[in-house]
Structure formats: structure tokens, C-alpha cells
Design a binder for this molecule. Structure first.
Ligand SMILES: Cc1ncc(COP(=O)(O)O)c(C=O)c1O
Length: 460
């Protein structure tokens, strides 16, 4: 499909979409008196809709995914070549790109050693939950089955991952959920939950220890955290937090699972978000940026110590990991992921992410100086948020519709930004930015320039 396509063709597409497509996280009533937007083409940081309107995409495909940008011919070629040679075989057998990508990936993740392939972030996270439950049965006599997750974090859309959702608006009405999921407090210092703390990072981590002690350490098997919370408000943990979290996990023999579905593969300027903090996880999951959306792929990565627990007794027919992921056997995923990784390396995109991320944060800080409605700006690399408040002193969040109006104004100016959406009740007030890792200084300035105009338009 090209932009040269006739208006007639596009109206058919629009009608077909309107009549038959059910869009994700979307109230379709809005389309009764309007047309859906169809994204027709993309190149670099920019996309074009059915009317030929050009938009700069500051959210990498809406959900922080297209890390290397649109229109990458070399990824398309790598996938095409692989599909013609061998498109699919179930994961019980190996494939050339799966073996190659696992080796390249593990080189970037000291201490980790095994990659289990599947095809979405939710699925990758559920694999960990299943592994932990099986470890509980086989290693701990049924103890250590509980899974801790953090308020404001999100780990996916399936029933089990929603059981681990720290975002009530995502989980509401989809229960009842499975047992054994327990919430720990969030660590966002701007929304201070530990006013007496002298060291906020340590206090927020100690709150996890408190939950472990309340539940009983022999019941807790896993702590699942995002390295930097994404959809819950772009929360960069305070200094000292991760170090203390690691100590607590070691002390109580709790496995540490870091959900890198958003931060993984470059988003924050390192290969993985946790690598900013010197922690050593037992599980790392990743999806979105692994192949930048050129193919569906997710990975559940773990250590040799965990892996060994599933091959310790070959005489036990129930002893190994009895999981299946049909589409984990698609070779397009690792083929695209290999090329995606090569691009990040050859084009120096980690370094660009750090430099452009600093520019983005500086621009957002300038917006905070100028607009009283910007209460807090947070971020690392090209992963930033600006929390909007009605009043700086009370920190009362702006009404959701006003945050949405800022997004709409940016859209009218040709810039797609995001906002926390159906996340924490009353707190869908943080603007979210995650431009592709190829962003230039001009791109960054165009994005924050549009936000500046939008804030003036909406709040005066
Ligand atoms: C941190 C995090 N984990 C997991 C997921 C779920 O990924 P998927 O939508 O690919 O299932 C998401 C999706 O936004 C996410 O942000």
C-alpha cells in the first residue's frame, strides 16, 4: 500500500476498519461520528495516515516499540530471506536465527544464560510465573509460591499477568484472578508514601521486605518489578532502591524477575534498564523493542542455576518445563531481532539515546519552569514522562480530559505523544514520551515544542 493509492481505495479501507476491526484500549463510540485513523506508511521517526497527514511519532508505535524507527529495509530483507529458507518449526527443535540471537543476547547480559522464546510480553512474563510455581512444587515442597508485584507496575493483559497488575484500571472487571499474587508499594518519591524516610530509595525497598515478612518468607518465591515503571507513570526508582531490593531478595531467597518489556534493548541508553543499577536478576523478560515491531518476539531469559532445576531428574516425566509457545517457533522474530541489534550497535544508538535523552529531559525541565501545570518530570534515556498537576503545592492531578486535550493538541500539530491511560484511578495525568532511538536534536525539539504550545493552549 502506498500514499499514491486512490482516495477511493482508502475509503474502502476506512469503511472495512470501521465495520470490522476492534481496536485495542479504545472506546469505539467515538467512531460513530468519525473515521478511524489508519497509519499507512512509516519512515524513520515519521508516519503518514490515510489522508497523507505527516506525524512525528514520539511514542515509537504508540507503545514504546519501534526502537530503530520505521521502514528498515535491512530488517525486512533479513526476515524475507529467513522466511523463504525456513519460516517455522515448533520450539522443541532448534532454528538457526533462534540459536544465533540467543548467543548475541546473552553476550549483553552477564550472569544470564538461557532464552525461552514466545511472542508477547504478557506471555514471556507468564512463563516466569509458571517456572516459579514449578520450582515451588519441585524444590520447596509447595512453599514459596507467592509472586510479589509492585503498585503502578504492569506486566500484561492475560488473566495471570493482570493478577500481577499494580494498575487497578487495567485489572478491574476481569477477575476473579488466580491466588498467590501480592502487591508491594510503589517507589515514586513525588507521590511520597514514606514521609519520615531519610533515604527514600531504601525506605521504598524496605516496604517490600515488610510485605515479605507479613506474608512469611517461606511463602514468597518471586519479586517481579519493572526496572523503570512505564505505563504506571514513568517512575525512575530513587537512588539506593535497586541495591536494597537485591539485598532483600538474597536475604529471603526470593527470585528476582525484572520485566524489561519496555526498557529492554536500548530504550534507556543501556541494553537493559537494570544495567543502570548493577543488579543481578534471576529472570529478565523482554518483548517490544527486541525486534522493534518488525516481527512478534518475546524472550524469557534466566540463569543456568534456574535452568538446571528443570533438568535435574531426567527420570521424572513431569520434571522439565512443560510449556508450549506455538509462535515462539517463528523464525521471523529472532531474524528481525538479530538485525535490530546489529543496527543499534552499528549506528551507535545506545549512545544517541543517552545524549538525546538528556536533551529531552532538559527540554522537559524547561517546560516545568514555564508551565505551573508540569509538576514533575522523570525519565532515563529516551523514556520520559511529565506529570501534570492542577496545583503544585497539593499535587492534585489534572483531570484526565485535560491531559488528553494536551495529547490531542500535539496531534493537531503533527506530533504523536502518549499519556498514562486506564492505569491508576485518578492518575491518568502523566504525558509519556518514547521516541525512536534514532531521534535527532531537531526531532526532540519539535516534540517538546508541540507540548509547549499544547500546554499553553489547554492551560493558558
Ligand atoms: C512493562 C510491560 N510488561 C508487559 C507488557 C505486556 O506486553 P504485551 O502487550 O506484548 O503482552 C507491557 C505492555 O505494555 C508492559 O508495558
Amino acid at each position: 500500500m502506498t500514499l499514491a493509492q486512490s482516495v477511493n481505495d482508502m475509503s474502502q479501507i476506512v469503511n472495512a476498519d470501521k465495520a470490522h476491526v476492534w481496536h485495542h484500549l479504545f472506546q469505539h463510540k467515538a467512531l460513530e461520528n468519525g473515521d478511524p485513523r489508519i497509519i499507512v506508511e512509516g519512515k524513520g521517526m515519521r508516519v503518514w495516515d490515510q489522508k497523507g497527514t505527516e506525524l512525528i511519532d514520539a511514542v515509537s508505535g504508540g507503545v514504546w516499540t519501534v526502537n530503530v524507527g520505521y521502514g528498515r529495509e535491512s530488517i525486512a530483507n533479513a526476515v524475507r530471506d529467513q522466511l523463504l529458507k525456513m519460516n517455522y518449526f515448533a520450539g522443541a527443535l532448534g532454528s538457526v536465527p533462534a540459536a544465533q540471537f540467543s548467543e548475541r543476547l546473552i553476550e549483553k547480559m552477564p550472569g544470564m544464560s538461557r532464552v525461552y522464546y514466545s511472542n508477547s510480553g504478557s506471555e514471556a512474563n507468564e512463563k516466569v510465573f509458571k517456572m516459579v510455581r514449578q520450582i515451588s512444587q519441585r524444590q520447596h515442597g509447595g512453599k514459596k509460591w507467592k509472586i510479589l508485584y509492585r503498585e503502578r507496575d504492569y506486566h500484561g493483559t492475560t488473566i495471570a499477568t493482570l493478577a500481577a497488575a499494580g494498575q487497578p484500571e487495567r485489572a478491574a472487571m476481569y477477575g476473579p484472578f488466580p491466588d498467590g499474587f501480592v502487591q508491594v508499594p510503589h517507589c515514586l518519591e513525588y507521590r511520597n508514601q514514606f514521609p519520615d524516610a531519610t533515604d527514600y530509595g531504601v525506605a521504598a525497598a524496605n516496604a517490600i521486605e515488610k510485605v515479605i515478612l507479613q506474608e512469611g518468607p517461606d511463602t514468597v518465591g518471586l519479586l517481579c518489578l519493572e526496572p523503570i515503571t512505564a505505563g504506571g507513570g514513568v517512575i525512575v526508582p530513587p537512588a539506593g532502591y535497586w541495591e536494597r531490593v537485591q539485598e532483600i531478595c538474597k536475604k529471603y531467597d526470593v527470585l528476582l524477575h525484572i520485566d524489561e518489556v519496555v526498557c529492554g534493548v536500548g530504550r534507556t541508553g543501556t541494553w537493559f534498564g537494570y544495567q543502570h543499577y548493577g543488579v543481578q536478576p534471576d529472570f529478565v523478560t523482554m518483548a517490544k523493542g527486541v525486534a522493534s515491531g518488525y516481527a512478534a518476539i518475546s524472550c524469557t531469559v534466566t540463569t543456568e542455576a534456574v535452568f538446571d532445576m528443570f533438568k535435574d531428574d531426567a527420570s521424572d516425566p513431569m520434571g522439565y518445563f512443560r510449556d508450549i509457545s506455538t509462535f515462539g517457533g517463528c523464525t521471523s522474530g529472532p531474524a528481525a531481532a538479530l538485525e535490530n541489534m546489529r543496527i543499534i550497535e552499528d549506528e551507535g544508538l545506545l549512545d544517541n539515546t543517552t545524549r538525546m535523552g538528556e536533551r529531552l529531559m532538559a527540554n522537559l525541565a524547561a517546560l516545568k519552569e514555564k508551565h505551573a501545570v508540569v509538576g514533575d518530570v522523570r525519565g532515563k534515556g529516551l523514556f520520559c514522562g511529565a506529570e501534570l498537576v492542577a496545583d503544585r503545592a497539593s499535587k492534585e492531578p489534572v483531570e484526565e480530559k485535560l491531559a488528553q486535550a494536551v495529547v490531542a493538541s500535539c496531534n493537531r500539530q503533527g506530533v504523536i505523544i502518549g499519556v498514562t491511560n486506564r492505569s491508576i484511578p485518578g492518575f491518568n495525568n502523566t504525558l509519556c514520551l518514547s521516541p525512536a532511538l534514532i531521534a535527532t536534536a531537531d526531532d526532540i525539539d519539535q516534540i517538546t515544542g508541540a507540548i509547549d504550545t499544547a500546554l499553553t493552549e489547554v492551560f493558558g
